[in-house]
Design a protein around this ligand. Structure first.
Ligand SMILES: [Zn+2]
Length: 82
């Protein structure tokens, strides 16, 4: 009960791992003009060369006092099938 009202709360945990052959290498590039930090993933080949691709944004969360990687994971709650 919270404030006299029943609340159903779902708590869960998760694990994130790198299932690829190489390191997960994410680099932030900040822009003072747009006040954003874009995230680039470096994808290496066997020679050590890499390509970069934009994979999202780091967003500063003032209440947490750290950056979040927006859209890194996605969770869905489904109803149970009959
Ligand atoms: Zn946070």
């Amino acid at each position: 009960m919270i404030g006299g009202t029943t609340h159903h709360v779902l708590r869960f945990s998760n694990v994130v791992w790198n299932g690829g052959d190489g390191a997960l290498d994410l680099r932030g590039v900040s822009s003072f003009v747009s006040k954003t930090t874009k995230v680039y993933q470096r994808i290496y080949d066997t020679s050590g060369a890499y390509m970069s691709r934009n994979v999202g944004e780091f967003v500063f969360h003032p209440e947490h006092d750290h950056f979040h990687f927006e859209g890194f994971s996605n969770f869905e709650l489904w109803t149970k099938a009959g």
